[in-house]
Design a protein around this ligand. Structure first.
Ligand code: NCD
Length: 372
């Protein structure tokens, strides 16, 4: 990198002090990204969750945060003058709105770009689009893309940009992964982990040992599952992935989780059941599901629901105090019935509210704001 970038940003310090494991490591250009939870030091995950808890305490019940700068002191204006650009090349409801609400609440300006209506539809590469938005002065890019690794590619492209002759070196620009293909969705992993800790009284230190989390459904195609497994196991929880063999292949063991194809045998010992949507857009159609690509993983939706849907009976088999989670979007009647989705055990909307707090914490960490 140094050979490519003669005009280094001044704030890049070259010390030989050991890096603080509780901080997200900056890259060679001085930018701090959140690209994945896999491989992050547990102390860094814990620090982001502790920051979320601090924000939660300061915010109290103040939701939603639709207007700019609404957060209470000392959060108000923390990101004033900063620009967060949402680059969503794939559909999103919760994640995009949540990042916008979080950034605006802290006083940042938010720019929204989607592939429809942008030059992506004219053949521009994502790396070029990202470099252009960064060149306009964005401090952070929040990126969702259907290709696994798209966020890493963008971060590397930005780090390797040469300053244009006569112009100052580009400012470091953070890349925050909002879901890349089947790879990761780190802020969802953090908000799921925060919600788990919140429900089971582990907010003090985020030690999740002794807790068992069942992740049920299309784990192989799920970026949410990968981020959940990384964060939850790093903090000591036991994760069991449950689903048919096509969705829960043996290769998942490499992520440090247990596997099962029998939901009913796992339910009585789980402290949380995290239900996933079948990722039809990444698979071939089973009978009854029209829009799908990639390998089929189930023969029929009815058969899938019989074996794996979380319904009223299965809800009754859960441990006292166990919670039902779902990252959304929910396909009612496929992976979960309304009785389960809307039951008192369900923390689905709490997850959404926590998502805003997590994204406030992540935006601050990636933009180097930590004085609260
Ligand atoms: C998920 C996603 O897009 O990765 N949703 C979300 O961000 N909350 C899960 C899904 O699409 O099923």
């Amino acid at each position: 990198m140094s050979s490519l970038s003669p005009h280094r940003p001044e704030h890049v310090h070259h010390t030989h002090a050991a890096p603080d494991p509780a901080r997200l490591p900056p890259d060679s250009a001085g930018a701090t990204h959140l690209l994945q939870l896999g491989g992050l030091h547990p102390a860094a995950i814990r620090a982001l969750l502790a920051r979320t808890h601090r924000i939660h305490t300061l915010m109290g019940m103040a939701m939603p945060l639709s207007a700019p700068g609404q957060a209470p002191a000392p959060l108000r204006g923390l990101l004033k003058g900063r620009v967060v650009a949402n680059l969503f090349f794939e559909d999103s409801t919760r994640t995009r709105v949540s990042f916008s609400v979080a950034a605006r609440a802290l006083g940042a300006k938010v720019v929204d770009l989607t592939s429809v209506g942008s030059s992506v539809s004219k053949g521009e590469s994502v790396a070029d689009t990202a470099a252009n938005v960064a060149a306009m002065g964005a401090d952070a890019l929040v990126v969702r893309h259907r290709a696994s690794g798209a966020c890493h590619l963008i971060a590397r492209t930005l780090a390797e940009l040469r300053p244009a002759p006569g112009l100052p070196a580009p400012r470091p620009c953070a890349v925050i992964n909002a879901g890349d293909g089947r790879h990761e969705h780190p802020t969802q992993g953090l908000l799921d982990t925060y919600t788990l800790a919140h429900a089971h009284g582990r907010l003090d230190g985020f030690d999740l040992s002794g807790l068992t989390v069942a992740i049920v459904g299309d784990v192989a195609a799920s970026r949410v599952a990968r981020s959940d497994i990384a964060a939850m196991t790093a903090l000591g929880a036991q994760v069991v992935c449950v689903g048919p063999p096509g969705m829960v292949p043996a290769s998942l063991r490499a992520l440090g989780c247990a596997l099962s194809h029998d939901l009913d045998s796992v339910l009585p010992s789980a402290d949380a059941v995290n239900v996933l949507r079948i990722q039809f857009e990444r698979r071939e159609p089973p009978a009854g599901a029209p829009h799908a690509h990639g390998p089929a993983a189930v023969v029929s939706l009815r058969e899938y629901a019989r074996l794996y849907a979380l319904d009223a009976d299965r809800l009754g088999a859960m441990k006292p105090g166990a919670i039902v989670m779902h990252p959304g979007p929910i396909n009612r009647g496929v992976e979960i019935t309304p009785e389960a989705a809307d039951s008192p055990r369900s923390v689905v909307l709490r997850q959404v509210a926590h998502g805003v707090l997590v994204r406030m914490a992540v935006a601050c960490a990636c933009l180097g704001v930590d004085d609260f």
